[in-house]
Design a protein around this ligand. Structure first.
Ligand SMILES: Nc1ncnc2c1ncn2[C@@H]1O[C@H](COP(=O)(O)OS(=O)(=O)O)[C@@H](OP(=O)(O)O)[C@H]1O
Length: 603
């Protein structure tokens, strides 16, 4: 049966329907409706276009759109090279609202480009030799289905958003160089580099090296960092993170943050208040045995270690002497679990150990897209590069915050076993994510390709070290010429740094200097760039406190004049600001690393 309006239309002659439509359109009320509909459509289109434009501007990168075609699946030397060139060119074309900074970034990119052109051209020469026999043998890509991604522990949205991930190289294909380049080029061409990132900076896990990578990536693209409030060097660790620890959140002076990477005690729902929904979360773990050896030297002055003469001595008597409620003692026990926001006080052999381990692992898997492993740092960087859709040059680094050999101690196998028992929660978390790390390598990159990319990364790093560093590698702090590049020294550790090659041209010098700038100086510098007025105010306030005598931090270490004054100022401000924080440690625990100095000689 026809509905009444349709029946009515059928019963009308064509001419009467037309005249009726004409009458309807011409009536005042109908024209008004049509106008309103047109208006709504216009507004919707405009909003969509504006949002697209804003996204492009914020990532600082042109959104590459790509359709799979034969050219990309069967590359020749010519189009591989063109891909490299266009990827580099797209970087140099980045636009920033601050024109002077844009010019600077362009020049820096030019520097990167020259050096990379040289290094890459060497690879392309090799490629040319291989390509005649191998080019036609590169197989077509295989699809990695969402269910496959989920089984790897990767959240489905990650697998779907990142078109790079749907191309799994054929690992049986023998052309190593060619495939490596196909991958690096198709990485650029098929996915969008991620620029909303949270890195949970765990302690003594090579996290300062990763922080430096993120700082360089963000700075060169004019991204916004979620930096600690009041020019602090950490996000008020060991307090559980709160969104108002970030500069610009309470004042609403920052519209959108891209990267959060300073030390914090993780609390997902608070972090999520600051960072956009599509943010990529990752962190890094280290074998708790090596980690404890490092921590024991670095945090020698914390109450838990203070009266012990060796790590063995601490481990033998730990149950008796360890007091978890004393400030800073958390460094001595299951520090990984603590940094991820869990209760670290799990007695060895505790009945609920397995239950708590499972809960911790499940929460980490829920909140983080990727967990890296410090022992496999280079492999970790390659995996990160794939997950973030970055390039090889983005993940290049020099080892930062490393101790000199003379402050390292060889551990006996019995000591290692005691550490595993004492840090049973961390040990189990580490074992789990060490295994899942290799599953991800197998499934997302493949062992063979991983080996190739790691060797490319090392090759690039060696070239950079030869070009940037005076002594070719790290030196003791006493030998560092530029005080602004001296890493912060703490506890009984001797933390090494670098000297720059004196013959560098300006652009290369800027790039090299960023690679070796320690955490505190770099954080300071980014804060000043992001909040110039606040930074000036802090300088004034610090100057107002006379550096008459040396202050000591909460672990009893002396802090030199101006930094001491600044610390006093921080303590005061923090007490005032966070006096309402409940159920957390006393405000005196706020400063883990008192800022060493303010001098940064970075350009
Ligand atoms: N690339 C790379 N590969 C492997 N290991 C590395 C790397 N970079 C830094 N490190 C080692 O990490 C230790 C410092 O860690 P963090 O930077 O996280 O320390 S801190 O918590 O920020 O103070 C410190 O370990 P120890 O030397 O044992 O103390 C560094 O040597």
């Amino acid at each position: 049966m026809l509905s009444p309006p349709r029946r009515w239309i059928r019963d009308q002659s064509p001419s009467s329907v037309a005249s009726c439509v004409r009458r309807g359109l011409c009536s005042r009320r109908h024209s008004l409706w049509i106008l309103i509909i047109l208006l709504v459509v216009c507004i919707a289109i405009q909003t969509f276009v504006a949002r697209q434009a804003r996204n492009d501007k914020q990532t600082g990168l042109p959104h590459l759109r790509f359709t799979v075609n034969k050219q990309h699946l069967f590359p020749t030397v010519q189009n591989v090279w063109e891909g490299i060139q266009s990827a580099l060119a797209s970087k140099t074309d980045m636009k920033s609202p601050q024109t002077d900074r844009t010019a600077d970034i362009r020049q820096q990119n030019e520097g990167y480009r020259k050096q990379l052109d040289y290094i890459l051209s060497k690879h392309v020469d090799n490629l040319a030799a291989d390509s005649q026999t191998e080019a036609r043998r590169v197989s077509a890509a295989k699809l990695l289905l969402p269910k496959h991604a989920a089984s790897l522990g990767l959240p489905v949205p990650l697998a779907l958003n990142n078109t790079r991930d749907i191309f799994t190289p054929d690992t049986h294909n023998p052309s190593s160089f060619l495939k490596a380049h196909i991958d690096s080029v198709s990485t650029k061409a098929t996915c969008h580099p991620k620029s909303h990132i949270v890195f949970l900076k765990t302690h003594k896990t090579a996290s300062s090296t990763i922080l430096n990578i993120l700082y360089r990536y963000g700075e060169s693209r004019n991204l916004t960092f979620a930096l600690p409030l009041n020019k602090h060097s950490q996000l008020f660790y060991p307090f559980l993170f709160a969104s108002n620890f970030v500069e610009g959140v309470s004042s609403r002076s920052v519209r959108e943050f891209h990267i959060m990477c300073n030390h914090m005690r993780f609390r997902k729902y608070e972090v999520a208040k600051v960072m956009p929904r599509e943010t990529f979360y990752f962190s890094i773990l280290r074998n708790p045995v090596a980690m404890m050896e490092s921590i024991f030297i670095y945090y020698r002055s914390i109450p838990a270690f203070h009266k012990t003469h060796s790590l063995d001595n601490f481990l033998n008597n730990s149950w008796k002497s360890y007091n978890s409620s004393v400030t800073n003692n958390h460094y001595a026990h299951n520090i990984l679990a603590f940094d991820f926001g869990f209760d670290n006080n799990v007695a060895p052999g505790a009945e609920d150990l397995e239950e708590r381990t499972s809960a911790a692992i499940a929460a980490i898997e829920r909140d983080f897209h990727l967990i890296l492993i410090s022992e496999y740092f280079d492999e970790s960087m390659i995996l990160l590069k794939h997950a973030l859709c970055w390039s090889l040059e983005d993940i290049v680094s020099f080892k930062l915050n490393s101790r000199s050999e003379k402050t390292r101690h060889q551990l006996l196998p019995e000591t290692a076993e005691k550490i595993k028992r004492w840090n049973a929660l961390d040990w189990r978390i580490y074992l789990h994510f060490n295994a899942s790390f290799w599953h991800k390598v197998d499934s997302l990159v493949g062992q063979e390709q991983m080996k190739r990319e790691v060797s490319q990364l090392r090759e690039l790093q060696t070239e950079m070290a030869n070009s940037c560093l005076k002594d070719g590698g790290a030196v003791d702090p006493s030998q560092i010429k530029d005080v602004g590049l001296k890493p912060f020294q703490y506890g009984a550790a001797v933390i090494q740094g670098y000297n720059l090659n004196p013959d560098l041209d300006r652009q290369t010098k800027i790039k090299c200097q960023r690679l070796i700038t320690p955490e505190l100086q770099y954080t300071d510098r980014l804060y000043t760039q992001q909040f110039p007025e606040l930074a000036a105010k802090h300088r004034q306030e610090t100057k107002a406190v006379p550096p008459r005598r040396q202050r000591s931090d909460r672990t009893g270490r002396a802090i030199p004049g101006r930094a001491g004054a600044r610390e006093a100022h921080y303590r005061q401000t923090i007490r005032r600001k966070f006096s309402n924080i409940k159920n957390q440690k006393a405000p005196s625990a706020l400063l883990t690393h008192p800022d060493a100095n303010n001098n940064t000689s970075m350009p």
